[in-house]
Design a binder for this molecule. Sequence first.
Ligand SMILES: Nc1nc2c(ncn2[C@@H]2O[C@H](COP(=O)(O)OP(=O)(O)OP(=O)(O)O)[C@@H](O)[C@H]2O)c(=O)[nH]1
Length: 111
Amino acid sequence: MNPTSYDNVLIKWFPEVTHFCRGTPMVLIGCKTDLRKDKEQLRKLRAAQLEPITYTQGLSACEQIRAARYLECSAKFRENVEDVFREAAKVALSALKKAQRRKQRRVCLLL
Ligand SMILES: Nc1nc2c(ncn2[C@@H]2O[C@H](COP(=O)(O)OP(=O)(O)OP(=O)(O)O)[C@@H](O)[C@H]2O)c(=O)[nH]1
C-alpha cells in the first residue's frame, strides 16, 4: 500500500526479475492492505501529500508488467494470505504444464 514500494515494482523489481528469471510468470501482490485504514500511516502519507495505493493502481501495475495475477493481502490480519499462495501455485503449475506440452510438440517435430 506504500507508494514507494509500489514505485519500486516498476523501477526496481520488474527489471531485476525479467533479467534473472526470464520467462517466469509473475504474480503481483499488494501487501499490508490493513494500512489503508491505519490512522498513523494515513497521517504520515498525507503529510507527504500521498495516499495509500488503491486496488486499481495495483491492477494497473500488474498489467504494465504483464503479471499473471494481482492479489492483495494483509499478513498482519491473515487476510487472503492463503489465496496468494494458492494462486501462485496455480500459476506455476499452469506454466509448467504449458512448457511440458511445448516440449512434447518439439519432440514430435523432430521425429
Ligand atoms: N501493517 C502490516 N505490517 C506488515 C505486514 N506484513 C509485514 N509487515 C511488517 O513490515 C515490515 C517488513 O517490511 P519489509 O519487508 O522490510 O519491507 P516492505 O515494507 O515490504 O517494503 P519494500 O521492501 O519496499 O517492498 C515488518 O516490520 C513487518 O512486521 C502486514 O500485513 N501489515
